[in-house]
Design a protein around this ligand. Structure first.
Ligand code: GAF
Length: 394
């Protein structure tokens, strides 16, 4: 017999069962459709996206899931399984405003409001949301929620939107409605990710090249469990410093200067601003080289680039924390040039990403178990990831 079921999915079935059960309890009948959008891990290229540079993320096998039924009126009703089944309700006929206390609701409201602002016309829906992207860990749980909601309305009402526009709409909601000045990387990879591939994304043109992940390498995410503090204020400060560097040098963005030219202009920039720019320009260059190294399975080069990226985030961009620096140090010593490790995401806590041959995974886990908590007082969590498909219907 032929297998006529949908393609192999990495959706957690128990999560889906719970989602459907909450949907049915809340709205009185089962949902008609389901959509998902993944979180992401960035392999290299940090804080380069809002400088129009390159990033190399992949979507991961952890997602936000939405169960939905369309409504005939202009009301949106939402229940959040992961927030104690809290509910929200609003009308599409009035201007959508922020919810005063439920932050999760504002991602939903913001995405829908921005779809309307782009001129899309649609009716309401009953929605239930759940997810297993670790929150506050730098794995883009927010972007996956924004993209999941955008993808749900796109699918439900056949909205004329490309996947990239679903991503841009999510970013607009986050920038203007939620109030965080993030770049485009997280939403783009959540919307456009591809199974078995990382995405070499040009954040100026939004052109994406699929880079096949070598089968002999495992992608490990190590959550330091250091809660990301001061993220928004520090993030926005870094952005301003990058804009200052570009402005002083007469550039549209830091994308428009090479490392050599930046170096020749060192005297024109305050010392801190120079270091910020140095991180961005060098990490964007490293990202393109790392994509090449993945293509040729050159793990020695990949390891060196990841090590240099971490040092640059630590010393030039100053977004790491001592606990993560410690973990990166012992893992770098353990891996040698057989694998790479660096902090991933916006910084100030959160996760590291490591790429290594499968037979080094167990030893890396044991090393962390033996040394990380003893040194830092924090207990790590480790996820072995696979590059996954971007948002879509399930
Ligand atoms: C956060 C932001 F949302 C991204 O846009 C990106 O700037 C990243 O930090 C740092 O690379 O995830």
């Amino acid at each position: 017999t032929f297998n006529t079921s949908k393609p192999e999915s990495n959706i957690c079935q128990s999560m889906l069962t719970e989602l459907d059960s909450v949907f049915t309890q809340t709205f009185g009948s089962a949902p008609t459709r389901h959509f998902q959008a993944p979180g992401r891990v960035n392999l290299i290229g940090e804080h380069t996206d809002y400088n129009d540079g390159f990033v190399l993320p992949c979507a991961i096998n952890y997602q936000t899931l939405v169960a939905v039924t369309p409504r005939d009126d202009m009301t949106v009703k939402v229940v959040a399984v992961d927030y104690n089944n809290q509910q929200d309700e609003f009308s599409l006929e009035n201007e959508i405003s922020a919810h005063s206390s439920q932050l999760w609701s504002n991602y939903v409201r913001g995405v829908i409001k921005h779809l309307q602002m782009r001129g899309h016309v649609f009716k309401g829906a009953n929605l239930a949301i759940t997810g297993n992207v670790p929150q506050g860990a730098g794995l883009s749980s927010s972007a996956s929620l924004e993209v999941a909601i955008g993808e749900t309305f796109r699918g439900l009402y056949d909205l004329l939107l490309t996947k990239a526009e679903v991503a841009l709409n999510g970013q607009e909601a986050e920038n203007q409605f939620v109030g965080c000045q993030c770049g485009i990387m997280d939403q783009m990879v959540s919307a456009c990710g591809s199974k078995f591939n990382a995405l070499l994304l040009d954040c100026r043109s939004l052109d994406a090249e699929l880079i096949s992940m070598p089968e002999n390498l495992a992608v490990m995410i190590i959550n330091s469990n250091v809660k990301r503090g001061l993220v928004d204020s520090e993030y926005n400060t870094r952005r301003l410093q990058c804009e200052e560097a570009a402005g002083t040098l007469g550039l549209k963005a830091l994308r428009d200067i090479s490392l050599a030219d930046l170096h020749s202009n060192k005297d024109k920039l305050p010392e801190v601003v120079y270091r910020r720019a140095h991180h961005v320009v060098s990490d964007s260059e490293r990202t393109v080289l790392a994509a090449q190294a993945l293509k040729t399975n050159d793990v020695v080069q990949l390891s060196r680039l990841m090590a240099a990226s971490h040092i640059s985030m630590r010393d030039d961009f100053e977004i790491t924390v001592p606990q993560i620096d410690f973990a990166v140090k012992i893992l770098t010593e353990y891996l040698g040039d057989k694998g790479g490790v660096r902090m991933t995401g916006g910084g100030f806590g959160g996760c590291m990403v490591a790429i290594m041959p499968h037979d080094l995974v167990e030893g890396a886990k044991q090393l962390m178990a033996k040394r990380y908590q003893a040194e830092t007082g924090y207990q790590e969590t480790i996820y072995i990831c696979s590059a996954s498909e971007g948002a879509g219907e399930i």
